[in-house]
Design a protein around this ligand. Structure first.
Ligand code: SF4
Length: 456
C-alpha cells in the first residue's frame, strides 16, 4: 500500500504525513485510568471522546470508561460551562466515581473555555470527599505523551499536600508505559523493599481479569488518598523526561519532595541506573533475585550477539521509550540508523544525541516531531534490518519487507502485549526474544535452501 512512496525527501514545515504520535487527550485519559475509581471526562464534542476511548480499547483490548461534555452548536458558540456543570452533576449521581479528571480538546481550547474557573463553579455539585480536577490538552500542540504528562501533573497540583509528617515512601512515576510494565515496576520495588506509591498505575485496570461481572471501576489504580499523601514522601523518582518529569517537578515545587529523573528503564543500562538508585535508598545490597535476572539477561545478550551485531535498526514512537530503546540496541551491537519521535520539542534530539555521543555512534539520523512518511523515504534511500515501534510502522514493514517488532503505543493489531513488561531486566529479556525472533524468522523465510538451518 505504500509502494508509491518516493525516495526523494522534500523539506516540509506545515505538513505531517502519518505522524509518529496521536492526540493529547488520549494520554490524559490513559493517565486518569491509572487512578482508582476515576472517571476521565472529555470536555469537547462526543466524537473526540469516542475516538480516544476507541483507541485505548483497541490497544488494551479492555472497555475504557469515559464521559463527555457533549458539545453541540450552542456550546461551541457560548462556551461549555453549562455542559460541564450538568455533566458533573449527572456523573456523580449515575456513575459515582471518587474523582472526575477533566481534559480539554481542540474545540474547547479553541473557543477559550476557562476550565480553572469552571471547576470552581461546579464545586457545589461535587459530593463531600469527592474531587474534580482538570488539565489542558489542546491537540494542536504536543502529543499523547504531553497529554499524559499534563494529566499526571494536574493530579499533583490539585491533590497532593505536604502535611508536615513524612510517610517514608518513595513516589515512582512510571511514565506512559503499559500495565504490564507498571506491574513489573511494582514487583521490582517490592523485591527491593521500597515502600512506594506508583502513580499513575493502570495495572488491575487495563489488564484486569475476566470475572464475568462488569466493574465500572476495576480494583487497580493509585488511590486518591495515595496521591494526596504523595506530598509527604521522601523522594520522587520520575521515569522519563517527557512523560513523568513534569509531575515530579510539581511535587517538588508544591510539597518540597526532592526528585530525581531517570530514563525509562528499558534495556540493561537504564535498568542498572534504576536499581542503583533504589539500592542507594535502601542502603542494602541488591537482592540476589534481581542479580540473577541481570545475569540471565547478560547471558542472553552474549548468546544472541551474532544475530544483532552490526544490524541497522529504525526506532520510532514515544520519546522516553525510543531514547531508552536506542541505548539498548547499541548495547546489543546494533546500529540505530534512524531514531524519530512525533512529540515536538528539541529535548528528544538532545537526549538521543547524548546517548549516541556517549556510545561513540555516528551517522544516526535523529528527529523529533517527525513522521513515518519521512522515515519511509530515508529507508528507501538506505534500508534497515529491523523496525521497532508501534503498529503504524507495519505499512513500511510490508512495503520494504523489513521485520517489525511492535513496541510502544498504539499496538492495534496484536494481542497480549499489555500483559508483559518491556521494562527491567525481564523486559529486556523479552525484547531480545522479540527482536531475535523477528530477525531469525526473516532469515528462515528468505534464505537459500542450502542455508536453511535447523539450529541457529
Ligand atoms: S479534534 Fe483534537 S482532541 Fe479531538 S480527536 Fe481531533 S485532534 Fe484529538
Amino acid at each position: 500500500m505504500l509502494d508509491l512512496t518516493t525516495n526523494e525527501s522534500v523539506e516540509r514545515k506545515a505538513l505531517r504525513i502519518n505522524p509518529a504520535k496521536t492526540c493529547q487527550p488520549i494520554g490524559a485519559m490513559y493517565a486518569a485510568l491509572g487512578v482508582h475509581a476515576c472517571l476521565p471526562h472529555s470536555h469537547g464534542s462526543q466524537g473526540c471522546c469516542a475516538f480516544h476511548r476507541m483507541q485505548l480499547t483497541r490497544n488494551y483490548k479492555e472497555p475504557v470508561m469515559a464521559s463527555t461534555s457533549s458539545f453541540t452548536e450552542g456550546a461551541c458558540v457560548f462556551g461549555g460551562g453549562a455542559n460541564l456543570k450538568t455533566a458533573v452533576k449527572n456523573i456523580f449521581q449515575l456513575y459515582a466515581p471518587e474523582i472526575i479528571a477533566v481534559h480539554t480538546t481542540c474545540l474547547s481550547e479553541t473557543i477559550g473555555d476557562d476550565l480553572k474557573t469552571m471547576i470552581t463553579q461546579v464545586q457545589p455539585d461535587v459530593p463531600a470527599g469527592k474531587h474534580v480536577i482538570h488539565t489542558n490538552t489542546p491537540s494542536y500542540v504536543g502529543s499523547h505523551v504531553t497529554g499524559f504528562s499534563n494529566m499526571v501533573k494536574s493530579f499533583v497540583s490539585y491533590l497532593s499536600v505536604n502535611s508536615g509528617e513524612e510517610n517514608g515512601k518513595v513516589n515512582v512515576l512510571p511514565g506512559f508505559v503499559d500495565p504490564g510494565d507498571m506491574r513489573e515496576l511494582k514487583r521490582i520495588l517490592s523485591v527491593m523493599e521500597i515502600n512506594n506509591t506508583l502513580f499513575p498505575d493502570t495495572s488491575g485496570v487495563l489488564d484486569a481479569p475476566m470475572t464475568g461481572t462488569f466493574e465500572m471501576y476495576p480494583a487497580g489504580g493509585t488511590t486518591v488518598k495515595e496521591i494526596i499523601d504523595a506530598g509527604n514522601s521522601k523522594l520522587t523518582i520520575a521515569l522519563g523526561t517527557f512523560s513523568a518529569e513534569a509531575a515530579a517537578i510539581e511535587l517538588e515545587k508544591k510539597c518540597k519532595v526532592p526528585m530525581k529523573t531517570l530514563s525509562t528503564p528499558i534495556g540493561i543500562e537504564a535498568t542498572d541506573r534504576l536499581i542503583s538508585e533504589l539500592a542507594l535508598i535502601t542502603h542494602k545490597a541488591v537482592p540476589y533475585s534481581i542479580e540473577e535476572e541481570r545475569g540471565q539477561l547478560v547471558d542472553l545478550m552474549l548468546d544472541s550477539q551474532a544475530y544483532f551485531n552490526g544490524k541497522k535498526v529504525a526506532i520510532y514512537g514515544d520519546p522516553d521509550i525510543v531514547a531508552s530503546l536506542t541505548e539498548f540496541v547499541i548495547s546489543l551491537g546494533m546500529i540505530p540508523k534512524y531514531v524519530i519521535s512525533g512529540t515536538p520539542g528539541d529535548a528528544f534530539k538532545k537526549e538521543v544525541d547524548t546517548i549516541l555521543s556517549e556510545n561513540e555512534v555516528e551517522g544516526t539520523i535523529v528527529k523529533g516531531a517527525a513522521d513515518l512518511f519521512e522515515l519511509h523515504q530515508w529507508i528507501k534511500n538506505e534500508s534497515v534490518d529491523l523496525l521497532i515501534g508501534n503498529t503504524h510502522g507495519k505499512f513500511i514493514a510490508r512495503a520494504e519487507d523489513i521485520p517489525l517488532v511492535r513496541v510502544g503505543f498504539p499496538i492495534l493489531d496484536r494481542y497480549a502485549h499489555q500483559l508483559f513488561p518491556i521494562v527491567g531486566y525481564k523486559g529486556a529479556i523479552r525484547l531480545i526474544e522479540m527482536m531475535s525472533n523477528a530477525l531469525l524468522d526473516k532469515i528462515d523465510r528468505t534464505c537459500p535452501e542450502e542455508d536453511f538451518e535447523l539450529v541457529m
